[in-house]
Design a protein around this ligand. Structure first.
Ligand SMILES: [Zn+2]
Length: 374
């Protein structure tokens, strides 16, 4: 009898302590909806927990979906504007779903679009970030650089929830928003997410835009020169070290001229001030990036914005010089990406010097502060 009582007591103690751990892990966090597939006729789903399918308009239960059993849902099966599938009992952060065989965090929403449907993943933000971080930064990089990136990525999510409103979800899974391919995680990037849980960049009482790019090339760019519109915490910031790779992109004069079109004729010369990082001129911003490039042809002269030149000639950045050498056009420059906000290679270099993630973020987003939202 006593033995039985002891066993029962032990069971209660065990259950209680396990319950406590469980409760600590399931602290509240926001959810995000990510559009994965559109225009599909059917999708195969398999959940790790027993789930409930509900109509998104009436919120009424349509059916139960047992776990570990793959089900195929056809667009023609959906009679209303859509359905949502969530765990029957447990919360969303303990659920995984295989969508056409690929592992994702959280549940699923299927929106009817004409005769087809859109497949949307409903994920807890912190789990979603575990999937995003290894796609945005190399997982073997220093932990403080990964943590700075985690904060920038989290800030992006919570700031841009209206980006795909017309499509019926919040973010897409490509570079347009942030690259996400579900559960492809690493211990280092997981650690960077959990150690910064809920932290975002804040300025003037709200979550800010926290853009990032690969490499500043020596100095970041002010947002006004890239997207037009001055942003207090996104100014040109000089780097302490010139930790950057120089690049060159070459064309033959013939190739270059044909890219400029028939009305341009043949390239004669360029008109551009010499590049000094950190020095502005009439055609360069303070960081040295090209604002406008004058291209002189035999038939006409073209004024091209730096950004336009970057796209047209597939240049890594707008921090460049251009010269005609023999029968070649040689673009030579520094940096990679738009140059606004955090530089990923810069963050790596500072982390290697011993900077913590908050110091790295304070360097790139001047005046913005870290705030723990949950
Ligand atoms: Zn997008």
């Amino acid at each position: 009898m006593f033995k039985k009582f002891l066993a029962a007591l032990m069971a209660v103690i065990f259950f209680t302590s396990a319950g406590t751990v469980h409760a600590a892990k399931s602290k509240w966090q926001p959810e995000v909806t990510i559009g994965l597939l559109s225009g599909v006729n059917e999708v195969t789903l398999q959940f790790t927990l027993p789930c409930i399918m509900k109509d998104i308009d009436t919120k009424k239960q349509i059916k139960k979906i047992p776990n570990s059993q793959a089900i195929t849902i056809k667009a023609s099966d959906i009679q209303t504007s859509g359905v949502e599938i969530r765990p029957e009992k447990d919360d969303l952060q303990h659920l995984h779903v295989l969508i056409n065989g690929k592992d994702y965090f959280g549940g699923v929403k299927l929106l009817k679009r004409g005769s087809t449907m859109t497949v949307i993943n409903i994920a807890p933000v912190e789990e979603y970030l575990r999937g995003v971080l290894p796609k945005e930064m190399i997982q073997s990089w220093p932990i403080e650089a990964l943590k700075a990136q985690a904060v920038a990525a989290r800030t992006f999510v919570l700031k841009n929830r209206e980006k795909h409103k017309k499509d019926g979800y919040e973010l897409c899974a490509t570079t347009h928003c942030q690259v996400y391919s579900g559960v492809e995680t690493f211990p280092t990037t997981d650690k960077a997410v959990s150690e910064t849980r809920g932290e975002v960049l804040y300025h003037g009482g709200r979550t800010v835009d926290a853009p990032f790019h690969a490499d500043s090339g020596g100095m970041t760019e002010s947002a006004v020169n890239v997207w037009g519109g001055n942003v207090a915490h996104l100014q040109a910031i000089a780097e302490e070290d010139k930790h950057t790779q120089a690049w060159t992109v070459k064309f033959t004069v013939y190739d270059f001229s044909s890219r400029m079109g028939d009305a341009f004729g043949t390239l004669k010369s360029f008109n551009l001030s010499p590049l000094t990082i950190g020095k502005s001129s009439n055609d360069r911003s303070t960081s040295g990036r090209v604002k406008v490039l004058k291209i002189v042809g035999t038939k006409k002269t073209v004024q091209m914005k730096g950004d336009e030149a970057r796209r047209k000639f597939s240049l890594p950045s707008t921090l460049f010089e251009v010269n005609i050498i023999g029968d070649e056009v040689v673009f030579s420059g520094y940096g990679k990406g738009h140059g606004v906000g955090l530089s990923q290679y810069g963050a790596k270099a500072y982390a290697e010097k011993g900077w913590t993630y908050d110091k790295i973020l304070a360097h790139y987003y001047k005046g913005a502060t870290l705030k723990k939202l949950y």
